[in-house]
Design a protein around this ligand. Structure first.
Ligand code: 5AD
Ligand code: SF4
Length: 457
C-alpha cells in the first residue's frame, strides 16, 4: 500500500484549477451504500465536490452489486451509455467499484468492452482509490485493484447520505456459502470490526444527533467470532444500548441458524434496540432449505418466531424469500406460502432466483419454467398483501413512535417515516419535523402502511 496522504496531495494539486464535480451512485444493499459514502469521503478529501447530476461531472463512480443478474445488466447498460459522455468530455474519469468487480471475469470484460472506464476498484480496496484515480488523471488507460485485503478502511471519513439516519458496518464478508449466493465469493470471509471502533463511531453519531443507527453485516449474528477476546453480537448490542442520546438501533441481516436466545433477549431488554427483526427465511420447504445450505429447518425457524411472539404477540418480523430455486416443486412453494401465513410477516422482500456463475446452485438442474416462477412470485405477493392488510390492523388506534423521514410522495401535506417496528407511517405534519421522532395515533391501516395523526405533547 502506498502513502495515501501524499497521493491525495498530488491529486489536489492536479485538480486545483479544474472543475471537480464527482457523481457517485451505489446499487444494491446498504453495505454497498455505506462503501459509497466512504468513497465520497475520500473524494471530498481530494478536493472533489459532490453532484447529483451525472451530465455535468468530471468523475463518475458506479458502485455496483452482483447479487442478482439484473443488477449487473443494469450497470453494463449504464456504463455502455456513458461512452458519449466521455466523447463530449475527454477529461471525464469513470470508475467502477463494488461486488461486480470481484468476479474474476468482470475486470477483464470491462477493460476489453468498455474502454471508457478508467479504473476498477475491488470491494475491499477502497484505500487504493487515490492511487487508481491518480493513474487516470495522469492519462493511464486502465488500472484495477481487486485484491482482497484483510484490513478495512477504518478511519475513512464518510459523506453520509442522511443527516439523521446512519449505517455502521460492523463486519464484512460471509462464511455461510448459501448455495445460490455470490456474496462469499465477492466479499470474502467474515472480518469483524473491533468493538471499540464501532462503539466510538456510534457514540459520535449519537452526539451529532443521528436518530437511527443501522448496524450492518451479511450475518451480524456471527459478529466477533473471528476476533480474539472480542465480544459477541448480543453483547455489542448491550454496550451500544448504554450510549447516551435519543436514537434507535437497528441491525441487518440476521441468519436464523445463529439467532440465539441471547440475541432475542437482548432485543427485548435493550430500550434503544428496535422491536423488529429482519430474519431472512428464503423458503418454507425443508428440502429447498437443505439444497440452499441454510442449515435450519422451517420448524427451527418457527421456534424462533414463537419465542419472540410469546414475549410480545405483536412482535414485528420481516424476511427475504427466493422464488424458483432450482427444481422448486409446487409442494415446496406451497410450504413457503404456509410459512408466511403462519408467521404473519409485516413485510417480505421477495426475489426470483437468479443463477450466479461460480455458486453451487448454478450447477443444479432446473426444469421450472420462467412462467411458473413469475406466477409463483405473483401468488406470493398477493398472499403477503392479504396478510399485511389483516396484520396491520393490530396497530389501529395505537400510539406509535415514528422517525419522520421525508415528505410523502403519495399524499400532499403528509410526511412519511418508519415506526420503531419498521412499519411505514404517513401522517400530516410540517416538513420541519423531518429528522425527528414524533408520536402518532394510528387512524387507518393499509396493506403497506399505517396512517395517523400526530399526538400533541
Ligand atoms: N437469486 C435471487 N435472490 C438472491 N438473494 C441472494 N442471492 C440471490 C440469488 N442468486 C437474495 C436473498 C438474500 C437477499 C439479500 O437477496 O433472499 O437474503
Ligand atoms: Fe449470502 Fe447466505 Fe451469506 Fe446471506 S448468509 S450473504 S445469503 S451466503
Amino acid at each position: 500500500m502506498t502513502d495515501n496522504n501524499a497521493l491525495i496531495d498530488e491529486i489536489r494539486a492536479i485538480l486545483r484549477n479544474r472543475s471537480r464535480k464527482a457523481y457517485v451512485r451505489s446499487f444494491g444493499c446498504q453495505l454497498n451504500v455505506s462503501d459509497g459514502e466512504k468513497i465520497k469521503g475520500l473524494l471530498k478529501k481530494m478536493g472533489y465536490e459532490y453532484t447529483e447530476n451525472e451530465n455535468e461531472t468530471d468523475l463518475i463512480f458506479h458502485n455496483t452489486c452482483s447479487v442478482r443478474e439484473n443488477a449487473e445488466d443494469r450497470v453494463f447498460g449504464i456504463v455502455g451509455s456513458m461512452k458519449h459522455l466521455k466523447e463530449l468530455n475527454p477529461k471525464l474519469v469513470i470508475g467502477i467499484s463494488g461486488c461486480m468487480t470481484a468476479q474474476a471475469h468482470i475486470p477483464d470484460k470491462i477493460r476489453k468492452s468498455y474502454p471508457q472506464v478508467d479504473f476498477v476498484l475491488g470491494t475491499s480496496a477502497i484505500h487504493s482509490l487515490p492511487e487508481l484515480l491518480l493513474n487516470a488523471l495522469r492519462g493511464q488507460k486502465f488500472s484495477a485493484d481487486t485484491e482482497e485485503y484483510a484490513g478495512f478502511s477504518e478511519g475513512v471519513e464518510q459523506v453520509r447520505e442522511s443527516s439523521f439516519k446512519a449505517s455502521v458496518p460492523i463486519m464484512f464478508g460471509c462464511n455461510n456459502f448459501c448455495t445460490y449466493c455470490i456474496v462469499p465469493y465477492v466479499r470474502g470471509r467474515e472480518r469483524s470490526r473491533r468493538a471499540e471502533d464501532i462503539i466510538r463511531e456510534v457514540r459520535e453519531l449519537a452526539e451529532q444527533g443521528y436518530k437511527e443507527i443501522m448496524l450492518l453485516g451479511q450475518n451480524v449474528n456471527s459478529y466477533g467470532k473471528d476476533l480474539e477476546g472480542g465480544i459477541d453480537f448480543p453483547q455489542l448490542l448491550r454496550r451500544l444500548n448504554e450510549i447516551d442520546g435519543d436514537f434507535v438501533i437497528r441491525f441487518m441481516s440476521s441468519h436464523p441458524k445463529d439467532a440465539s436466545r441471547e440475541l432475542l433477549d437482548a432485543i427485548f431488554e435493550c430500550k434503544r434496540v428496535a422491536k423488529h427483526l429482519h430474519l431472512p427465511v428464503q423458503s418454507g420447504s425443508n428440502e429447498i432449505l437443505k439444497k440452499m445450505n441454510r442449515r435450519y429447518t422451517a420448524e427451527e425457524y418457527l421456534e424462533i418466531v414463537d419465542y419472540l411472539r410469546r414475549r410480545d404477540p405483536d412482535f414485528s418480523l420481516t424476511t427475504d424469500i427466493i422464488v424458483g430455486f432450482p427444481n422448486e416443486s409446487d409442494e415446496d412453494f406451497e410450504a413457503t406460502l404456509e410459512l408466511i401465513k403462519r408467521v404473519k410477516f409485516d413485510n417480505i422482500y421477495s426475489f426470483i432466483y437468479s443463477k450466479r456463475t461460480g455458486t453451487r446452485a448454478a450447477e443444479m438442474e432446473d426444469t421450472i419454467s420462467d412462467e411458473t416462477k413469475s406466477l409463483r412470485m405473483r401468488r406470493l405477493l398477493e398472499t403477503q398483501r392479504e396478510i399485511s392488510t389483516e396484520h396491520y390492523k393490530r396497530f389501529m388506534g395505537r400510539k406509535m413512535r415514528v422517525l419522520a423521514e421525508g415528505e410523502s410522495k403519495r399524499s400532499k401535506g403528509f410526511l412519511t417515516g418508519k415506526s420503531n417496528e419498521f412499519i411505514i407511517a404517513e401522517f400530516s405534519g410540517d416538513s420541519s419535523l423531518i429528522g425527528s421522532f414524533v408520536d402518532i395515533e394510528v387512524t387507518e391501516t393499509k396493506n403497506w402502511a399505517v396512517i395517523g395523526k400526530i399526538i400533541e405533547k
